[in-house]
Every structure is written in structure tokens, then in C-alpha cells.
Design a binder for this molecule. Sequence first.
Ligand code: ATP
Ligand code: MG
Length: 285
Amino acid sequence: MNKLIIAIQKKGRLSEKSMDLLRSAGISISNGSSKLKAVASNYPIEVLFLRDDDIPQYVENGVADLGILGQNEVLEKQKDVQHVLKLGFGKCRMSMAIPKNVTYTGEDHFENKTVATSYPNILKNYFQENKINGKIEEISGSVEIAPSIGLADAVFDIVSTGSTLTLNGLKEVRTILKSEAVLISNANLSIGKKEALDKLVFRFKSVISAKENKYILLNAPNDRLEEIISTLPGMRSPSVLPLADSNWSSVHSVIHEGQFWEIIDELRSKGAEGILVLPIEKMIL
Ligand code: ATP
Ligand code: MG
């Protein structure tokens, strides 16, 4: 199998989760991110530790075959790279924010206004698509102070809780895009590297699905068994095992995190008892 080179963030919000993902996929990297480069001991992969800003370029020109970084950076850098897989972590949104004492008048609010951002390309696209004639003030950090020092009327930046905006007297008025960490690849991988990538993607998917799903066991009264089974999706269908008490059965299944509480409530209302929910280590689909 051909060796792959993957670039991940050296230090920042995505570093640890990227390393965790590699580790859960069975790839062990002994020396941490203190060096620029590390080789896995048990898998043909080499890891490069870089600033996230540089990853799209390294993947475009083939110095790295793969990269893990936020979708927002991929969109901003506009490099010729392939989107492979969403990774389910590093979730955030990119929004417009204005001073809290200013009334937001809708999309046309930004007409002839100056907006400070570190993401000029994404903002330019948004302005173009919505036919807004706005001015972009590009700054590389601490975007949120721009309105208070008179540099801009608004800011366009990453938001997760909104507390940084509030601290700087701003309010979020419009979400432009949602982002999460993604796996990208070079657009011209050799056949050997593509095969290696498929194997890696298979492992990543097993890890990601496992995190998003839970294993559920419950006891069901036989007279309501069908109703209870109809509530559970399962990978194919739930497993049903007899219990020592012949009026009851044990039901095993897998449920998605997104529907978790809804399903639990429904199961309880249908007479399910002794419900146990367990984490899943890997899920092979
Ligand atoms: P680098 O030194 O590698 O350039 P950085 O300062 O650009 O790091 P980080 O702040 O570590 O980047 O964020 C990396 C990515 O994490 C962002 O591009 C974004 O996709 C994601 N992210 C998730 N939540 C947040 C958040 N609350 N604030 C900023 N980024 C977030
Ligand atoms: Mg960066």
C-alpha cells in the first residue's frame, strides 16, 4: 500500500481532535506535535503538523496528499483540492455582527457599509451572490474590535457561543455559513494513494459513525413488542432475545444521537423497561 502524507493543525482548536481521529482509526503516532513531521509506527502514513492556513496550499501542490482543517479555511483559500469527508468536530458558524445599539435592517443593511474580516473571499462571495455593494476591510486577527475603533461598521467572523461578540459590544445578526472539520485530498492522487485513501476513509467513517450512535438494550413486554420494535431503526432490524420470564423479551438496537431522547421517551411510553445505553467503539457499515 502506498504511503500517504496527511497535514493536520499543529496547535489550535483542531489539533487534539485530529490526533484523536487518527488514533481511533488505529494509527499510532509516538512523538507528539512538537516536531514538524511524524511517521506512524503501524500504518503507512506520515503526519505533517502545520498552521491550518497553509494546509490547502500544501495539499494543492502535493507536498501533502491529505489535510484535516475547517471547511471555512478550505472555502477561503480557494485552492484546487478535493473534499473527501466531513469529520463531525470543530463545528462553528460564520456570521455578520454589528454594534448592539444599531438596528439591523435585513440583508440590505450592509449596503455601502465597511465589514472587517479575516475571511475576505467568503465575504466577497456572499456580497456578490446577494448583490450587496459592501466594502471589505481585511484584518488578520481580533476582528471584533474593528467597530469600536472606527475601522468598520460590522464584522464577519467565526462564532461558536457568541460570548466574544458580546464582550466587544456586538450582536450577531446573520449566519452566512456553517462549518466543521473536513478531510481534503490532492486532486491528482496516484491509483496506489487512492487505494490507501479509501482504506483510511473506511476507518474514519467507522469511528465517526460509532461516535454518532449508541447501542441500546431494553426489556419489552411481549404484548407490546411490535410497537416497541417499530420505534427502533437498528442497523438492519433490532435483535430480539427471549428472557427467563416468558412474558418479556430483551431488545437490542442502535440509535442515532440526533433522535436519542425522542426515541427513549417513546420507548418508555410503550412500556419498555430496564433501558441501557452504551457507547459504541467502532461501527462497520
Ligand atoms: P493556526 O495557528 O493553525 O492558523 P488558527 O488560530 O487559525 O490556528 P484556531 O483558532 O485553532 O485557528 O481554529 C481552527 C479552526 O477551528 C477554525 O478555522 C474553525 O474551523 C474551527 N473552530 C471551531 N470552533 C471555533 C471557534 N469557536 N472559534 C474559532 N474557530 C473555531
Ligand atoms: Mg489559521
